[in-house]
Design a protein around this ligand. Structure first.
Ligand code: OAD
Length: 229
C-alpha cells in the first residue's frame, strides 16, 4: 500500500467553526501569544491561560468534523495514511482517521506540571486552578506553547520522509519546526497543497496547488487519489 502523509493546520477546521490563528479575525488578533500561549504567561497569570484554553475546549465540544476531516478517513480504504496535525482539536479523531500524530498537543488532555509523562484525558471539561495531578502539582493544558520543544517532531520528520504522497492542508507554514516537514520528503514524492491562500505560499514547482477551502479541495483530491489507486 502506498503511504500518504497529511500535514494539517488550523485551516482544515475553519469550516467547522474554529478560528484560525493568523487570518484576519484570527485568534492571535484577539489574544496576545505572550499573554496566553507561553510558559512565561502561565507563570505570570495562570487563571488567564486556563480561561483561554477552557473557552477553546468548550467551543470544541460544540463543533463537528467537516467534509475535509471525513474525506481523509476515506483515504484509509486504499492507502496507509498518517495524519500529522498542528491542531490541538480532536476533529481528525472524530472524523474517523486512525493514525494521528499531534505536534502541538491536544485540548482534550491535561498534564502534570512536575512530570510531563503524566497526561490525563479530560474531554471537554475545564481545567481549574487547584486541579492537581497524582503527584500533587497543578494541571496545565496539554499544549506545546511557544518557546517549548516539540517532542514529536523527529517522529513526524521520519514519517514525512517515508511518504509516497504528501498532502498539506490549511496551514500558513509560519511556525517551525512543523513548517519544515513540507520540505523533508524523498525525491519522487507527490506533493499537494490545499489552502485558499496557497498561491501566496510559494512552495515551488514540484507542488500541485489547490487554492480552495479544505471542505471543497480535500474531498476532490481524495476522490481523485482513490480512483487512481
Ligand atoms: P494559521 O492561522 O497560521 O494559518 C491558517 C491557514 O489556513 C492559512 O494559510 C489560511 O489561508 C488557511 N485557511 C483558512 N481557511 C481555510 C479553509 N476553509 N480551508 C483551508 N485552509 C484555510 O494556522 P496554522 O498554520 O495551523 O500553534 O498555525 C500553526 C500554529 O500556530 C498552530 O498550531 C498554533 C499557532 O500558533 C500553537 O498554538 C502552539
Amino acid at each position: 500500500m502506498k503511504k500518504i502523509v497529511v500535514l494539517t493546520g488550523a485551516g482544515i477546521s475553519a469550516e467547522s467553526g474554529i478560528s484560525t490563528f493568523r487570518d484576519s479575525g484570527g485568534l492571535w488578533e484577539k489574544h496576545k501569544i505572550e499573554d496566553v500561549a507561553t510558559f512565561d504567561a502561565w507563570c505570570r497569570n495562570r487563571e488567564l491561560v486556563l480561561d483561554f484554553y477552557n473557552q477553546r475546549r468548550r467551543q470544541l465540544a460544540e463543533v463537528t468534523p467537516n467534509a475535509a476531516h471525513l474525506s481523509l478517513a476515506r483515504l484509509e480504504r486504499k492507502f496507509e495514511v498518517q495524519v500529522i496535525t498542528q491542531n490541538v482539536d480532536d476533529l481528525h479523531e472524530r472524523g474517523g482517521s486512525t493514525h494521528i500524530l499531534h505536534l502541538h498537543g491536544e485540548m482534550v488532555k491535561a498534564r502534570s506540571t512536575v512530570d510531563e509523562n503524566l497526561i490525563y484525558t479530560i474531554g471537554y471539561k475545564d481545567i481549574n486552578a487547584g486541579d492537581k495531578c497524582e503527584k500533587g502539582s497543578q494541571l496545565r493544558p496539554h499544549i506545546v506553547w511557544f518557546g517549548e520543544a516539540v517532542p514529536n517532531i523527529s517522529l513526524a520528520a521520519e514519517m514525512a520522509h517515508q511518504a509516497d504522497i504528501l498532502i498539506v492542508i490549511g496551514t500558513s507554514l509560519n511556525v517551525y519546526p512543523a513548517a519544515g516537514l513540507a520540505q523533508v520528503t524523498r525525491a519522487g514524492c507527490r506533493k499537494f497543497l490545499i489552502d485558499p491562500k496557497a498561491g501566496e505560499l510559494n512552495l515551488g514547482l514540484a507542488w500541485t496547488i489547490m487554492a480552495k477551502p479544505a471542505g471543497e479541495g480535500v474531498p476532490e483530491l481524495v476522490d481523485q487519489l482513490l480512483q487512481e489507486a
